[in-house]
Ligand binder design. Structure first.
Ligand code: TRP
Ligand code: ZN
Length: 842
């Protein structure tokens, strides 16, 4: 396999544009035939390059003439036609094999369903094509299959449908909008459908359809509501109505990622569309709504305005994540949504950016683009857009996005185009933000304070870790939202957003006494803040900050000091004692987050050398015990006072359920075995998955007498519900006492399936929630998986190997052991090789 690096600086326009495409896809049991007709026009000098992979070429004609082998050059990656004329009509026929496609890329069979996944470069596994996002065309698609697959879908409008001989039938679809090939989709299968309608602000009556297997249709209702809600939201917040007469979503259980925004025909991992409180958790229900919104929002940010090349991936993903986060902030509490988003950023993106896989949100080179669907591209990309939006304020931001849509609708553009349009529309020069896209690493923001004679000053300093691949690192524009509080009354006396865009700067305020400052409100920039707070000031902020996000941030800062720097635990516990009793009544959801304790994995990611997972685990357990003990009867009393069933507001009820489970966990930590009866009763009496799983976890993780019974009971109840069963696998793999045998039992279970990424992730993700296990028997687990998937599904294999990317921080002898194990690997795929090479190049 070639390991060639592609560089952003080498971008060249395609030599030919495709005016129209006609595809005819004939699915048979042991092969699929794809006929394609491409009408093309020359745009610039150069050869005609058609990309194609794993295609068996049957015949090819150019402007009506059959070509033979001396007329073109064909290798495993492309078909090059020399001396092509200005106007071309190219007809090809290829044979492909979706029935044996385990990579879940291109057209593949998943159980009884045939679906496509073409982003970023899957379309070339369906037919020969200039498979790059800057080639936009109009697609007409004929799909043909046996009638045992009654559903035949493709993008756009249904033109025709009919029966054929031999029990077969066909459908012809046409998508009126020009799109790049990565947005092409088709679906062939036996599915039921949930239907609804939505009338856009322009009066367009849109048919909405969600396809899933029959028994899952009731679980599609929340997704349908979220879809309609997203459609309205995009009209109201960005002035963007929908542009086709139908919008279809198809749920598939074997899928590499969350979901895919194919034009008018989204394909979703079942985990991101099925939502029902009996089968899925509250967290999953929230995720479904945000992914539905995400894919819908792509229709404008991604589809109508797409990327010029894959280096610009962050243009569509960063912006669309920012949009779905904003949507979700309207859905539940804005503070809690922000807490959850920042938790993800800090748990995944910060470590990624601090290690060997660090790259700018817009990378300037890659070997395998699939390796760049990263937390940095998605989450840090979203943060960059958030910073610009924060700085501009609502009105100017809207003027900026309006300008972007009117300038670039129908085009394939770059990050520069986005910044330029946003600057022009808002009347604010945002060009310095380009640096955020082009530089890797999390900036360190050091702030010091001084109070002298009625003057309070804050001095800011920023720095980026030196990176030899990016030698010219420049100062970044960092919006710092902050507030000052009166230390005696706890009242807010000042709040503002300060744009810090130099190496160093000082600002000052006239005040009558030294205030308490709250910095980086709402996490206004993705930086590592270092400020000389006293522990008492942090405790003060937990109590008095009115910004819920920063209340939470104060708990996390304090906890990091306790867990990593051996600070005393008392200020933290006292602050909770003063804050929580009221908050559990007024804002249960926020209260549940204030009890977050950074995970062992996150804490480990803050340690750059001589990392010993066992020590972190010990310290964290000690903290958890102290917290459980010190809060005394609070847990039990709160547990008894809460009744989610009485809440008619979902986020309120969700908060109460989260709290109830935290209360059970802490009662168990107090050593109160009576809690097992409470948990068992909760497990038995509820029909809500969050309650059932919360109780399950307390029983199983604490080896309660009822543990075995609920493991069996859960399995019997949900054995035909893959998403629920994923939770069953995950929680057992994640139990603190899990051993190599626990994992082995799970991976040898008859329901374990290496062909289903969700199931693999359930066990591996559960295992990885205990870093002590990850870095002992887990090393071999992840290596074996990555090497098995190297051939079967390298996209997923590469991601699983990344779990080990911080090997170099381990204390010896483990560091050398893991390094030796990694060094011996000889992966075949570009995906796994590139990841492994980067991991070892630290
Ligand atoms: N564009 C998709 C999204 O973010 C991402 C995606 C879905 C994807 N499936 C994929 C990326 C497979 C790579 C491979 O919404
Ligand atoms: Zn996306």
């Amino acid at each position: 396999m070639s390991q060639e690096t592609v560089y952003l600086k080498d971008y060249k326009k395609p030599s030919f544009l495709v005016d129209s495409v006609y595809l005819d896809i004939q699915v048979h049991q042991d092969h699929t035939i794809v006929d394609a007709v491409l009408e093309m026009t020359r745009q610039t000098a150069g050869e005609l390059v058609l990309l194609g992979r794993d295609l068996e070429l049957k015949h090819i004609t150019l402007n009506g003439t059959l070509l033979n082998e001396q007329d073109y050059q064909l290798d495993s990656e492309q078909l090059v036609i020399h001396n092509a004329p200005e106007q071309i009509k190219l007809q090809t026929q290829v044979v492909i094999h979706p029935e044996t496609n385990t990579m879940l890329e291109g057209l593949y069979q998943a159980g009884d369903l045939f679906v496509t996944q073409n982003e970023p470069e899957g379309f070339r596994k369906i037919t020969f094509y200039p498979d790059r996002p800057d080639v936009l065309s109009v697609f007409t698609t004929r799909v043909e299959a046996d009638k045992k697959y009654p559903v035949l879908l493709a993008n756009g409008n249904l033109l025709e449908k009919g029966d054929l001989d031999n029990g077969r039938h066909y459908a012809i679809w046409q998508d009126p909008t020009k799109k790049p090939s990565y947005l092409f989709a088709c679906v062939i299968g036996d599915l039921a459908v949930l239907k609804d309608r939505y009338v856009t602000s322009e009066g367009r009556d849109v048919a909405l359809e969600i396809y899933a297997i029959e028994k899952d249709i009731p679980k599609c209702k929340i997704a349908m509501q979220a879809l309609k809600h997203s459609m309205r939201w995009d009209e109201e917040h960005y002035g963007r109505p929908y542009d086709l007469d139908n919008y279809m979503i198809v749920a598939v259980s074997q899928f590499n990622m969350g979901a895919m925004e194919n034009k008018g025909l989204n394909i979703f991992n079942t985990s991101c569309v099925l939502a029902d409180e009996e089968y899925t958790t509250d967290a999953a229900i929230m995720r479904v709504q945000s992914v539905i919104a995400h894919e819908y929002f792509h229709n404008w940010t991604g589809n109508r305005i797409t990327c010029r090349d894959w280096f610009q991936l962050c243009l569509k993903e960063g912006l669309t994540v920012f949009r779905d986060q904003s949507f979700s902030e309207d859905l539940q509490s804005a503070a809690v949504q922000r807490i959850d988003d920042v938790s993800v950023l800090k748990a995944h993106q910060f470590p990624e950016d601090a290690g060997p896989l660090s790259h700018p949100p817009r990378p300037d080179h890659f070997v395998e683009i699939n390796n760049f669907y990263t937390a940095t591209v998605y989450e840090k990309g979203a943060e960059i857009n958030r910073m610009m939006a924060t700085l501009l304020g609502k009105e100017k931001y809207r003027l900026g996005t309006d300008e972007y849509f009117s300038r670039h609708d129908g085009q394939a553009v770059t990050v520069e185009d986005w910044i330029n349009a946003l600057s022009a529309g808002s009347g604010t020069d945002l060009s310095a933000f380009l640096r955020w896209y082009n530089q890797p690493g999390t900036p360190k923001l050091e702030v010091t304070s001084e109070y002298v004679d009625g003057k309070y000053s804050l001095t800011f300093k920023q720095s980026l870790k030196a990176n030899n691949k990016y030698p010219n690192l420049q100062a970044l524009p960092i919006p710092v939202a902050f507030a000052l509080f009166d230390p005696l009354t706890g009242q807010e006396i000042n709040s503002d957003v300060y744009l810090f865009d130099q190496e160093q700067a000082t600002i000052s305020f006239d005040v009558v006494q030294k205030p308490v400052v709250s910095l980086l409100r709402n996490f206004s920039a993705p930086v590592n803040l270092e400020f000389d707070y006293s522990d008492d000031e942090l405790a003060f902020l937990i109590e008095h900050e009115t910004n819920g996000f920063n209340q939470w941030q104060a708990t996390q800062t304090l906890l990091e000091r306790i867990l990593l720097k051996d600070h005393a635990v008392t200020p933290y516990i006292n602050a909770l004692k003063r804050t929580l009793p009221n908050m559990v009544k007024q804002d249960p959801l926020l209260a549940s987050r204030l009890l977050d304790v950074p995970s062992e994995g996150y804490l480990g990611s803050r340690i750059d050398e001589n990392y010993e997972p066992e020590i972190i685990q010990e310290k964290r357990n000690a903290l958890l015990s102290a917290l459980a003990r010190e809060m005394g009867s609070f847990w039990k009393e709160t547990y008894q006072a809460l009744d989610p069933a009485l809440q008619n507001e979902f986020s309120q009820a969700m908060g109460e359920r989260a709290l109830k489970n935290i209360m059970l966990t802490n009662m168990a930590r107090q050593g109160d075995t009576a809690v097992f009866d409470l948990a068992y009763q909760q497990y038995r009496s509820t029909n809500n998955m969050s309650e059932r799983l919360g109780a399950f976890k307390v029983l199983v993780w604490n080896d309660a007498p009822q543990a075995q019974e609920v493991i069996e009971d859960f399995y019997n109840r949900f054995k035909d519900e893959p998403l629920s069963l994923d939770q069953w696998f995950m929680l057992q793999a994640a139990q603190p006492n899990a051993t190599a045998q626990t994992i082995q039992q799970l991976t040898q279970h008859s329901d374990y399936d290496l062909g289903t990424p969700n199931r693999i992730r359930a066990v591996s993700g559960g295992l990885n929630s205990n870093p002590v296990n990850t870095w002992s028997f887990g090393v071999q687990h992840f290596i074996d998986l990555a090497m098995y998937l190297d051939e079967k599904n390298p996209i997923v294999g590469s991601r699983l190997l990344q779990v080990l990317s911080r090997w170099y921080t381990l204390a010896e002898p483990k560091r050398t052991e893991v390094k030796n194990a990694l060094t011996q690997l000889q992966p075949k795929s570009k995906n796994v090789s590139e990841t492994l090479n980067s991991m070892l190049a630290v």
